[in-house]
Design a protein around this ligand. Structure first.
Ligand SMILES: [Zn+2]
Length: 129
């Protein structure tokens, strides 16, 4: 029997640098971040799926007042990225100057990466391919 996806394991995968999304067994929609039900059909039968890590920039914001975890890093970008698999995830946007938003373009290609916070915990991030 295969392991059913859990939020705990989702976070552990990120911690291990091995991001995985959920895949709905009813309609094949890829779901991330974890949700109790498929965004597309409402199904609840999920399995793990790997993603290509490729995506495009949907939206971004500059964080000036951060949680304690990233207080030494402000200002920084947080981006919403639509993955090739058609689900959108939020993560830090690395390698760009938050004071130069003209460097960013909605729809630009990005790839999945990881970023460690002050506590040593790993978070999802994105950077230029
Ligand atoms: Zn579905």
């Amino acid at each position: 029997m295969k392991d059913k996806p859990t939020v705990e394991q989702y976070l552990k995968n990120i911690e291990n640098g091995d991001f995985k999304a959920y895949k709905c067994q009813e309609c094949d929609a890829v779901v991330a971040p974890p949700s109790g039900a498929c965004y597309s059909c409402g199904g609840t039968d999920m399995e793990w799926t790997s993603v290509s890590g490729k995506g495009t920039l949907v939206s971004y914001t500059v964080i000036h007042v951060s949680p304690d975890e990233f207080v030494d890093e402000v200002p920084y970008y947080v981006a919403i990225v639509k993955l090739e698999e058609w689900t959108s995830v939020t993560g830090r946007l690395m390698g760009f100057d938050p004071l130069k938003p003209e460097e960013l373009e909605i729809g630009m290609d990005l790839v999945l990466d990881y970023h460690k916070g002050k506590s040593g915990k790993t978070y999802l991030a994105f950077r230029e391919p």
